[in-house]
Design a protein around this ligand. Structure first.
Ligand code: NAD
Length: 412
């Protein structure tokens, strides 16, 4: 089953559960718009190469669409469509005035120079320029894109419009209207979700054992915050595999090691493990923070963690969901667990539109409050309806979009 098929399968389950109006049910199955663009750039060698880029807007009933931009060799129209639908549900669940979108370019930035990445970003932005804007669709970073990518997108958009438009993308550097706390927003939200889930199983953060798949923006920040609170992060991994130490890894030292351009596997006093082995480790909390489809029907039975907090989008397949729910694993679904990024992106956008910037403490307090409240709503609904946390989160998200669609009616 493809990622999009999994997302649609989950959607049908939820549509049945909430008895979704048939017309709205049909409309939400499809994205509102899907844009495919060719992105030609001159490589450093002088050769011209053409890359495929996408921007998909799934639904805009609640407001302008919002979602990240991914640079990866596996980016496809199907993948971006599935991710755009998840963004619609995520924004609706956490009650932001946004619809969902996603974009990406099928490329391998690890094999490209900074200059090539800048050229591809600027050309891609120009190709999708009519679809994005602070009131239309607001991109943000995702896999292999970062603050610098967003600065180039903002600059390209502003140059074409003839004046500076801060609110066109979020996840920008502070000096360009970025928000305090945005870069670590997703990882921090994941951390809050570990905190809340630990309360549910009656545990404490100190001494909690954690394994984290993916050590990029989301994984490394969640790891650092957990490490600072006394959790034992026993394993982390990247795309080439991971490291393990039963006694816990010093995450601050590991981050410094990676900042010196060294490989995760070369870190001292650890054993190396594969990504598959990491998922099956004996630990309290497992955080998939890499890519989709990692926990599936083949490995779900072997998972020993009591709590799974999905930092990544779509890391668990529907078959694996059933197995894990049957074994009483508390799984905090992506649309809740990694919503910290879009929540702080929303704060950034609001600050940009008002040209008035908030203090970091205020931002963190608001983030924590929103995520803890939504966590408790999802938990209550899952208990009341006897469904897993993903189904409960989707029920809330889909219901909110449906309410907006109903109020707006079907145009014309
Ligand atoms: P990133 O590029 O900073 O890091 C990705 C990490 O995953 C890297 O450590 C990479 O080595 C690892 N990885 C890639 N392929 C892998 C594989 N096959 N097996 C194991 N590890 C692999 O990206 P990120 O921003 O941290 O995003 C990670 C996930 O979180 C994605 O699913 C993304 O959609 C989701 N997410 C990110 C944000 C955000 O604000 N950055 C927000 C919400 C959700």
């Amino acid at each position: 089953m493809s990622f999009l098929e999994s997302v649609l399968e989950q959607y049908e389950i939820v549509a049945d559960k909430i008895k979704l109006d048939n017309g709205i049910r049909e409309r939400l199955r499809y994205p509102k718009r899907a844009l495919i663009v060719s992105v030609p750039i001159e490589m450093d060698t002088g050769i011209v190469k053409v890359f495929k880029g996408y921007r998909v807007q799934h639904d805009i009933a609640l407001g302008p669409s919002k979602g990240g931009i991914r640079y990866h060799p596996n980016v496809s129209l199907e993948e971006v469509t599935a991710l755009a639908m998840l963004m619609s549900l995520k924004c609706a669940l956490v009650q932001l005035p946004y619809g969902g979108a996603k974009g990406g370019i099928c490329c391998n930035p690890k094999e490209m120079s900074q200059k090539e990445i800048e050229r591809i970003t600027r050309r891609y932005t120009t190709e999708i320029i009519w679809a994005i804007g602070p009131e239309e669709d607001i991109p943000a970073p995702d896999i292999n894109t970062n603050m610098q990518t967003m600065a180039w997108m903002m600059d390209t958009y502003s140059m074409q419009k003839g004046h500076t438009i801060l609110g066109v993308v979020t996840g920008k550097p502070l000096v360009l209207g970025g928000s305090l706390g945005r870069e670590e927003g997703t990882g921090r939200g994941v951390f809050y979700m570990v905190e809340e889930s630990t309360k549910v199983i009656g545990g404490k953060l100190r001494g909690l054992t954690v394994a984290i798949q993916g050590f990029g923006n989301v994984g490394s920040i969640a790891a650092r915050l957990l490490f600072e609170k006394g959790c034992k992060v026993i394993a982390v991994s990247g795309s080439k595999g991971g490291i393990y130490n039963k006694g816990g890894i010093n995450i601050k030292n590991l981050i410094q090691h990676i900042n010196e351009n060294k490989e995760i596997a070369d870190f001292q006093n650890v054993n190396t493990i594969t990504n598959e082995e990491l998922l099956a480790l004996d630990c309290d909390v497992l955080i998939p923070a890499a890519i989709e489809g990692q926990i599936n029907k083949h490995n779900a039975k072997g998972i020993k963690a009591k709590i799974i907090v999905e930092g990544a989008n779509g890391p668990t397949t529907p078959e694996a969901d059933k197995i894990l729910y049957g074994r009483d694993v508390l799984l905090i679904p992506d649309i809740l667990a990694n919503s910290g990024g879009v929540i702080i992106s929303y704060f950034e956008w609001v600050q940009d539109l008002q040209f008035y910037f908030w203090k970091e403490r205020e931002i963190m307090q608001r983030l924590r409050e929103i995520m803890a409240n939504i966590f408790n709503s999802v938990l209550s609904l899952s208990r009341e309806k006897k469904v897993d946390m993903r189904t409960a989160a989707w029920m809330l998200g889909v219901s909110r979009i449906s309410e907006a669609q109903k109020s707006r009616g079907l145009y014309p």
